[in-house]
Design a protein around this ligand. Structure first.
Ligand code: HGY
Ligand code: MN
Ligand code: MN
Ligand code: MN
Length: 403
């Protein structure tokens, strides 16, 4: 697998969903860009003679072998991005899976198990607000009735969105019988940090996914005139919000966790009005559940203290939380050994692999990201390292599918 060969396939997908202004990618679940990625996937799979199936939640699979066979080895990731995200987070795992199939076929490998490349729906949750939507519906981690009601910022429901892709919204729901036929799931992903750079390695193996979640913080104040209202008479939720944002940063640093408020909505969102209400979304993550719980509680307490001073009200609701995922040690160490003692490292990022790991033996491979940046246009991986990732994935798939 040469860097040029990786680049040749990569650049057929790259332009899809790219921001016309060049500021990253805009690929959201069931959007035009996502439907174009799905069409790309289907064409690439068919060009390889792979059978394409879709589960009831719109997750796509390209099968080498019988989709109904047992012990399947499935690899894959997601097409969708955060707004103005990077090119690699998600798509790299899908492109690498297709190229790994090419490599195995050229090596004359005959898998003893069905092998599939998967594309999971709406992993980032950028459109409907719930991360790993497709894999959570597949595994039963998300109630389909609640999911159907999810709406995007334009008010389009998930039910309507999946209908545009030809799916029956009433069919959304868990598929235990499909998962029961899987033997392994392997996700290759661009590293979202600099650990592999620091270790001088092109490919690594995941040890764990930090517990993490997103919390919606509603801060209600009193809308008023920005010019005539005396400062002492204001109940300004933006002030409480500012203190909450600072508290998140401070408590995360104190506790060795990660936290940010990356999204806020202000009502009425007028320059010349003291806001009536601010909604802030907190993303918090930590190496263990106890630290994460303590971090979120501390932020909540600090927000409430400030609200008491500002005469505002604070409510906090968890929108989606992901428990810690310690990847199967035997599988993890077997893959690390197969890859010549590749570094083993945890990640603070969530992945479909984290959702699936509760249902099928799962592992993750990481490809070096020289910038360490992710969820932003600066996210990067060199063609050389991506080619090395394809070879590593092919070696792992061969090991698992031919045992
Ligand atoms: O948010 C995450 O950690 C993942 O990239 N969806
Ligand atoms: Mn991501
Ligand atoms: Mn991802
Ligand atoms: Mn006026």
């Amino acid at each position: 697998m040469t860097p040029a060969r990786f680049r040749a396939l990569w650049q057929t997908l790259l332009p899809i969903g790219q921001d016309p202004a060049g500021d990253g990618w805009l690929r959201y679940g069931w959007s035009e860009a996502d439907l174009a990625c799905r069409a790309w996937f289907t064409a690439q799979a068919q060009a390889r003679g792979l059978q394409v199936t879709t589960d009831r939640n719109g997750n796509l699979y390209a099968w080498w072998g019988d989709p109904a066979g047992d012990g399947a080895v499935v690899t894959g990731s997601h097409f969708d991005s955060v707004p103005h995200g990077g090119a690699y987070d998600g798509p790299l795992g899908i492109v690498s899976g297709l190229l790994a199939v090419d490599l195995l076929a050229e090596r004359g490998v005959t898998p003893h198990r069905p092998l599939a490349v998967a594309a999971f729906a709406e992993e980032e949750g950028s459109r409907f607000g719930v991360a790993c939507l497709g894999s959570r519906l597949l595994t039963g981690a998300l109630d389909p009735a609640a999911a159907r009601k999810l709406t995007d910022p334009a008010g389009v429901s998930l039910a309507d969105a999946v209908s545009t892709a030809g799916l029956d919204p009433a069919a959304l729901g868990p598929e235990p019988e499909l998962l029961a036929r899987w033997g392994y799931f392997i996700e290759l992903h661009v590293e979202q940090g600099r650990a592999l750079v620091d270790r001088g390695a092109a490919v690594g193996v995941a040890s764990a996914i930090w517990p993490h979640g997103r919390w919606r913080i509603e801060i209600t104040g009193e809308g008023n005139h920005a010019g005539t209202t005396a400062m002492a008479d204001r109940h300004d939720p933006m002030l409480t919000t500012a203190y909450t944002v600072l508290a998140a940063n401070k408590e995360a640093r104190l506790r060795g966790g990660h936290a940010t408020v990356g999204r806020i909505e202000v009502a009425p969102n007028a320059t010349n009005a003291v806001p009536a209400r601010v909604t802030a979304w907190l993303d918090a993550r930590a190496p263990d559940q106890q630290t994460l719980t303590g971090l979120v509680e501390a932020v909540t307490v600090r927000a409430q203290d400030r609200a008491d001073r500002d005469g505002t009200a604070v409510t906090v609701a968890a929108e989606s939380v992901s428990p810690v995922v310690d990847f199967d040690v035997t599988l993890r160490d077997r893959l690390a050994a197969r890859l010549g003692d590749a570094p083993v490292l945890p990640t603070g990022a969530g992945h479909d692999a984290g959702v699936l790991s509760g249902h099928v033996p799962t592992a993750m491979l990481f490809v070096r990201n020289p910038t360490g940046v992710s969820h932003a246009p600066g996210e990067h991986a060199t063609d050389d390292d991506c080619a090395a990732g394809v070879v590593a994935l092919a070696d792992v798939l061969a090991e698992l599918a031919c045992q």
